[in-house]
Design a binder for this molecule. Structure first.
Ligand SMILES: [Zn+2]
Length: 646
């Protein structure tokens, strides 16, 4: 697909990048940051329950988490956690180092800094934060950085909406059924969350934008590197759809496929909506079951145990043997839509099973089957019995679900809710990225009420002195660095690669002149990665400088020796003294005599092709003359010698 195709789709995407700051301590207590441990000194068990917001409403996400009835277990290790993180002590003053680092990263993103930090609470009831909220403070807003790498051409900008300083959440250990287990070593570590405007208009631009954000933040040297230190969420929408947030994207490489698949999932959901509208399906056909067991209170749900008692479909037979609940849910005029494809290898039914796994905590494999499935599962005659019992006609679809009674009750309600949401097209939700680029339901997207002021923390003024100090030490931004490299004669692509490379500092310290900068950049790019892979240190600039100076002063034949001398210098810890030794130029007489000597041995070569013969002769002659004579000169004299000695 071309950028114009995505434009026609109304594709828009923004990023939220989370990067841990390389501080010594956590954000609101004095525990060390950056400790990762598998020791367990204590466990804490919590249940979450929603409270009314100040507007007197329950947040949708909060209600969803409440429905899951999860037991949340925290594994604590003495050295990396205190009573603050588990909400037994009020917060300590905010870590000044973290504030300082966040100011610097904000300025790199060209953001306007706030005068005061106002700490807010952002509600999180998934258990990943024991208090049920995350403390967060906006540091900067309203920036814009050059996005020259855009697929849509140079001269574009990526607008940055805001940067916040936040606490990191717990590390999830396992999540099965009604039990979720977390570790608290990471909890409370300072991180910056950078949010862009939806300026990324093609899947490749999403990847390039993410790479740009990572590059800018890394420029500060104040963000942590390595596994788990940087995580990104992607917000995707298409025309007529809704914003969907994809969480936990493991790498930039997967981004284009991930957002492409999400765009088409939304398109398919809109097609399903159009089909439902065509069929005259309205929300009132799918009412929420009244309180009580749905199979007793809802006309759409039946207890299917007696009809399926003798079913030979193994999962149902096992559910019967284990005396589990089995319910059938009728979805009016949904026939064949459950088999409608929404993602590669997935149908609309998967939207429902994902929801049930998360909200009803069903764990069977499988725990659900539907009437659009052909040649598998429940026999046709039993489907017919279920149709009669649920009052279904040929236009309706049926879903059968089994498991623990309470979970099946929750599941039956969620099936109806998700079917009703199909009438709106794309539900607002957060989704989990899978390694193959597909996604699965994670939770309902939180409403706007989830942020409220933190009464434990007074506002923190940002002093002019701190801002001045940050401005004074602000490093060169990546696009400034790239422009400087282009001025040295590097191509735009080479400048970008060098600016992002770990050897850019070495390059700068070597201070090459414009005449040799491209050659030095190319040689470093070719030779340094192997040194870094072998985890060997790079030589310092002082030991390599004579080689670069020699190249600047002898731009002729010596250039042929440069890369191999550089490779030798990188490979040996103590650089040889003769690194910068420039061989004496060969005289015309010397070149001639070598040319004739090589020409005399041409009987070794069995070809009459004059070009092949000259290439072979050049190879032999340059073995003796490399770095001492210009190749053009050698070629001309060899050509003459090969003619005369015929
Ligand atoms: Zn602590």
């Amino acid at each position: 697909m071309t950028p114009a195709d995505y434009d026609a789709l109304g594709f828009m995407c923004g990023l939220e990048v989370h990067q841990q700051l390389a501080t010594k301590r956590k954000l609101f207590c004095r525990c060390p940051a950056g400790v990762r441990t598998d020791r367990i000194d204590a466990e804490v068990l919590r249940h979450m329950r929603p409270t009314l917001s100040e507007l007197g409403e329950y947040d949708g996400t909060a209600l969803m988490e409440f429905k899951t009835r999860k037991e949340i277990i925290y594994r604590l290790e003495r050295g990396s956690v205190c009573t603050y993180e588990i909400d037994d002590t009020p917060p300590f003053p905010i870590d000044p180092e973290a504030v300082d680092f966040a100011l610097e990263v904000s300025r790199l993103f060209d953001l306007s800094l706030v005068d005061e930090l106002h700490v807010m609470r952002k509600q999180y009831l998934d258990g990943s934060i024991p208090t049920g909220f995350q403390r967060t403070a906006m540091v900067g807003l309203g920036g814009s950085i050059p996005f020259d790498d855009s697929e849509l051409g140079p001269g574009r900008a990526l607008r940055i909406r805001q940067l916040s300083l936040e606490e990191d959440s717990c590390r999830e250990v396992s999540d099965h059924g009604h039990t979720i287990v977390f570790r608290t070593d990471r909890l409370g570590m300072p991180l910056v969350e950078t949010v862009t405007e939806p300026d990324l208009l093609t899947p490749h631009d999403v990847q390039r934008g993410a790479a740009l954000l990572a590059r800018v933040a890394r420029t500060s040297g104040k963000v942590r590197r390595g596994a788990g230190a940087a995580r990104q969420d992607v917000n995707v929408s298409i025309a007529g759809g809704r914003r969907v947030e994809i969480k936990g994207v493991p790498s930039h490489r997967i981004l284009p496929r991930l957002v492409h698949i999400e765009a088409f999932r939304q398109l398919e959901l809109l097609r399903i909506r159009a089909e439902l509208q065509e069929r005259g399906v309205v929300a009132s056909l799918l009412p929420d079951p009244p309180p009580g067991s749905p199979w007793q209170t809802s006309p759409l749900v039946i207890d299917a145990r007696s009809i399926l008692r003798k079913s030979t479909f193994v999962p149902i037979a096992e559910a019967t043997a284990q005396q589990m609940m089995i319910a059938a849910v009728r979805l009016p005029r949904f026939r064949y839509l459950l088999a409608h494809r929404t993602q590669p290898g997935m149908t609309f039914a998967r939207e429902i099973t994902d929801r049930l796994r998360v909200i009803a905590c069903l764990v069977g494999r499988p725990f659900m089957i539907h009437s659009d499935v052909k040649d598998y599962g429940i026999k046709g005659s039993r489907w017919n019995q279920l149709r009669v019992a649920t009052d279904a006609d040929d236009a309706d679809a049926l879903v059968v679900v089994w498991g623990a009674t309470d979970d099946v009750a929750t599941a039956a309600r969620e099936i109806i809710i998700r079917a009703r949401e199909a009438l709106e097209g794309v539900p607002s939700e957060t989704r989990q990225a899978h390694a193959d680029g597909t996604t699965g339901f994670e939770r309902i997207l939180p409403g706007p009420d989830r942020m409220y002021p933190d009464t434990d923390t007074p506002p923190v003024p940002i002093l002019d002195e701190s801002v001045d100090a940050v401005e004074a030490r602000l490093p060169e931004r990546p696009w400034q660095r790239e422009a400087r490299y282009r001025d040295l004669g590097l191509t735009a692509a080479a400048a970008r690669r060098l600016a992002a490379s770990p050897w850019a500092k070495l390059f700068d310290a070597l201070a090459p002149s414009a005449g040799v900068a491209s050659r030095l950049a190319a040689a470093l790019e070719k030779r340094v990665p192997a040194i870094l892979r072998a985890e060997r240190p790079l030589p310092d600039a002082a030991s390599l400088a004579p080689l670069v100076r020699a190249l600047e002063q002898h731009p002729g034949p010596f250039a042929d020796l440069f890369e191999e001398r550089l490779a030798a210098a990188l490979a040996t810890p103590t650089v040889a003294d003769d690194l910068a030794a420039v061989p004496a130029p060969a005289t015309a007489g010397e070149i001639d005599s070598i040319a004739h000597a090589v020409a005399d041995t041409r009987s070794e070569l069995r070809t009459s092709d004059p070009d092949a013969r000259l290439r072979w002769a050049m190879g032999k002659a340059m073995e003796m003359l490399r770095g001492r004579a210009p190749a053009d000169d050698v070629r001309a004299r060899l050509g003459a010698a090969l003619e005369t000695n015929r």
